[in-house]
Design a protein around this ligand. Structure first.
Ligand code: GCB
Length: 661
């Protein structure tokens, strides 16, 4: 089969992707739930056959993968691309196969009352999963979790090893998110037979593989399937609205206890829906906005079901932050107070592991964010690991949660097939992240061609749908279109704009930045009267390159671009500009091109997380803004390495050591 045909076959398969079903609660241990992490080395084989279809023809899932041919040891979680020395694997397009054997604990295998779930945090891009050769799940999209009930399979052979096989295809088409195309190069004088390449319109490397933890976890046979929390504030009382979905239609009872940090129950509830009232509630505040940011309660939900075989109970505990989010006129309000985003855009990206989840890297990044005085980030350009979102809740880092709608520029990517898939991806994203207090806004896309005629219907539908899924959060997409031509902008709550003055045009002319940025802000505001976030701006710098007067790619030029933008931002931020997010937190890998020197170098940190000059500039600015706009005593001392923030009194007593005037 020619590559075109295998892609066609894959396309047909994808059209049949499963519709949304059930909840997607993060697997947490509890008295009724256990989990087993399958991180470690898996057997791995890329299907290098011409049509990439050998694995399916020979049914590699039916027997141990190593019996099909040579396998590699592949770490999970990690991208496979940078793991070896083989350039063919680095740029491989098509199906790769992962497999590992797992010992299922006896107590799980022998108890038919135990429901055993297999959960994959992220498999990029399309995944098919078998357990002991039996197909159990398929999923499209690389940044969101999916799971399968494997109880029957692991319980049918108690004591035996279970074999988990995952086939993953990283091919992107005009209808995937993000989109891409396969270009077949047919000129035989220039390319070998059957030559094709994947091309995309986004600026990061299309890393692939099992990027996030793979887990087995258990629940009882009757279980808590989903919990939806929204919160309100009435004077000093916090209101926690809850809705619990359970698997059982039998007789059941639901009990809810809300615990504070001191271990006191502050509210009780019962039944599948209701409202908990928390007197003198401690609100969830962003980092640097309050002396006790990121206050989290614990909501303990207990399901009790009376069955013929006795009582079954399931317990799930969810962290809950009480806070409100509103866009009022040209302000973004958190708990009724104006919030200014001073933060970053990130990528899930690092040396060797690519997009693979790594606790050490994640913690380093959070410590850098707090060092920087950043209070927010955008999950550019796809949803990040759930563990990252949990840390945002815990540290008070505010999140604009973006779906993988990046690089939507082909006309066919605005048609119904793409739109339906995009709607489904937003459903998956909202289902996964709806309970995070740190998430304050959804971003449905980055830099689509929103001036295209079909963009009006596309974004109207997408944004309306997202608001219906979650009426409590504003919705946006990030634009680089001309304000007057942007057909999606009328539907967003906040205007989010990217610009690269004196970088992608007017090269070297730092003197035009301030004027151009100001003009742009004014046109957008005049047209839409909505608050504006500068969601991207920046410049590349090669760490250690110095030029004064500043020249492009030097650290001095990088800093100067930022300084010129800051002059414009300072003019408008007292007004309707409600935030600035630097592009980018760290250097990151991209496709190869003459515009990229081993990746994008707009990071204020290197890919190895060392600060460039620009990081110090930004740190000073962010702490200064925190001093001006946030809690005055708190901002005086950077507390980025403190686990327990100082009290207001301690902080004020020690005097202004930061940037207070
Ligand atoms: C952008 C994109 C981002 C790129 C950045 C750049 O506008 O949103 O994905 O990496 O520009 O550096 O060109």
């Amino acid at each position: 089969m020619a590559p075109g045909l295998w892609l066609g076959w894959a396309g047909a398969l994808w059209a049949g992707a499963l519709a949304l079903e059930g909840g997607m609660l993060y697997p947490r241990e509890s008295p009724s739930r256990e989990r087993k992490d399958l991180s470690g080395l898996w057997d791995f084989r890329a299907d290098f056959s011409e049509d990439r279809n050998q694995g399916f023809r020979e049914r590699w899932y039916q027997k141990p993968l190593r019996e099909s041919g040579p396998v590699l040891d592949m770490p999970v979680p990690a991208s496979f691309n940078d793991m070896g020395q083989d350039y063919k694997l680095r740029s491989f397009i098509g199906w790769v196969w992962y497999e590992r054997q797992v010992v299922v604990p006896q107590s799980w295998a022998q108890n038919p009352g135990t429901r055993v779930m297999l959960r994959i945090g992220s498999a990029h891009y399309y995944a098919i999963v078998w357990v002991n050769g039996v197909h159990v799940a398929e999923h499209e999209g690389g940044h969101l979790p999916f799971e399968a009930d494997v109880s029957r399979l692991v319980q049918s052979n108690p004591g035996e090893l279970s074999r988990i096989t995952v086939a993953i295809n990283n091919t992107l088409t005009p209808h995937t998110l993000p989109p891409g195309i396969i270009e077949h190069k047919t000129d035989s004088s220039r390319y070998p037979k059957n030559y094709f390449v994947q091309s995309t319109n986004f600026d990061f490397f299309n890393y692939a593989g099992l990027h996030r933890p793979v887990l087995l976890y258990t629940t009882p046979s009757f279980y808590i399937d989903d919990i939806t929390i929204t919160t309100e504030v009435d004077g000093s009382t916090g209101l926690v609205n809850y809705e619990v979905a359970v698997s059982s239609s039998e007789y059941f009872e639901l009990e809810l206890l809300l615990w504070d940090k001191a271990g006191t129950v502050v509210a009780k509830g019962a039944g599948t829906q209701g409202q908990l009232k928390v007197p003198n509630a401690q609100l969830w505040w962003p980092y640097l906005m309050h002396e006790q940011p990121a206050y989290l309660y614990s909501l303990e939900v207990t399901l009790t079901v009376q069955t013929g075989a006795g009582i079954v109970s399931d317990v799930y505990t969810l962290p809950v932050g009480i806070r409100t989010v509103q866009v009022v006129n040209s302000r973004f309000l958190i708990n009724g107070k104006p919030f200014y985003f001073h933060g970053v855009n990130k990528h899930e990206d690092a040396d060797v592991r690519g997009k693979g989840f790594d606790w050490a890297l994640v913690m380093k990044d959070f410590n850098l964010l707090r060092w920087l005085g950043a209070n927010s980030f955008r999950t550019s350009h796809y949803p990040y690991a759930e563990e990252v979102m949990q840390l945002c809740d815990r540290y008070g880092i505010v999140v604009i949660d973006e779906c993988p709608g990046v690089g939507i520029i082909l006309p066919e990517s605005f048609g119904n097939i793409s739109l339906n898939h995009h709607l489904e991806v937003m459903e998956e994203l909202v289902r996964r992240d709806k309970n995070h207090p740190s998430v304050v806004m959804w971003s449905v896309a980055n830099e689509p061609v929103s001036s295209l005629k079909s963009a009006a219907y596309y974004f109207k539908t997408l944004i309306t749908h997202t608001k219906a899924l979650d009426p409590t959060r504003p919705v946006t997409f990030v634009s680089n279109a001309k304000p007057e031509l942007d057909l999606g902008a009328p539907y967003v709550d906040v205007i989010c704009i990217n610009s690269y003055y004196s970088w992608y045009h007017d090269f070297g002319h730092l003197e035009v930045i301030r004027l151009q940025a100001n003009t742009n802000f004014e046109i957008w505001y005049k047209l839409y009267q909505k608050p504006i976030i500068q969601t991207e701006y920046g410049a590349d710098s090669i760490p250690g390159f110095h030029q004064d007067p500043p020249l492009m790619f030097s650290e001095e030029y990088h800093k100067s671009v930022l300084q010129q933008y800051h002059l414009a931002l300072d003019q408008k931020r007292k007004d309707y500009v409600i935030g600035e997010l630097i592009w980018n937190f760290a250097d990151f890998m991209t496709d190869q091109s003459p515009l990229r020197v081993v990746g994008n170098k707009k990071g204020i940190f290197t890919r190895q997380r060392q600060p460039k000059e620009a990081a110090f500039l930004l740190k000073e600015r962010y702490w200064r803004i925190a001093n001006e706009t946030m809690h005055p005593c708190l901002a005086a001392i950077p507390q980025y390495l403190e686990n327990q923030p100082l009290t207001k009194e301690q902080n004020c007593l020690s005097g202004p050591k930061g940037f207070l005037p």
